[in-house]
Design a protein around this ligand. Structure first.
Ligand SMILES: CC(C)(COP(=O)(O)OP(=O)(O)OC[C@H]1O[C@@H](n2cnc3c(N)ncnc32)[C@H](O)[C@@H]1OP(=O)(O)O)[C@@H](O)C(=O)NCCC(=O)NCCS
Length: 79
């Protein structure tokens, strides 16, 4: 809640796109992890997929959905 995750992810993306020259970065998180989803959206990631019953949550002892996000180098440059 102080911006540290956004700052860290921004640095990581700058390294991947600017220094390493990657074309596309993907991120997958549990669908009901709203904080992770907000972080990805804040950084410009696009929601591309919803995977049904994709991860087994051992603490809750049930299958949970996950979601896939992506960001292209061209989109990162536009931010
Ligand atoms: C996912 C996770 C890292 C996101 O962290 P986060 O604190 O929401 O994200 P940030 O560090 O970027 O902080 C952003 C928040 O800080 C606030 N903020 C305060 N001061 C700020 C500043 N100087 N700069 C930027 N944001 C600031 C923002 O307004 C935002 O608040 P909001 O969510 O109420 O809008 C965190 O929820 C977490 O550790 N979760 C548990 C582990 C987990 O889920 N891991 C992934 C699955 S294994």
């Amino acid at each position: 809640g102080a911006g540290y995750a956004s700052e860290a992810l921004k640095s990581l993306l700058a390294d991947m796109f600017s220094r390493r020259g990657l074309h596309r970065v993907v991120a997958v998180t549990v669908a009901d992890n709203s904080a992770s989803r907000a972080l990805l959206t804040r950084l410009g990631f696009r929601l591309e997929a919803h995977y049904a019953s994709a991860f087994y949550d051992y603490r809750a002892e049930r299958w949970v959905d996950s979601v896939g996000y992506a960001l292209l180098a061209s989109e990162w440059g536009a931010n």
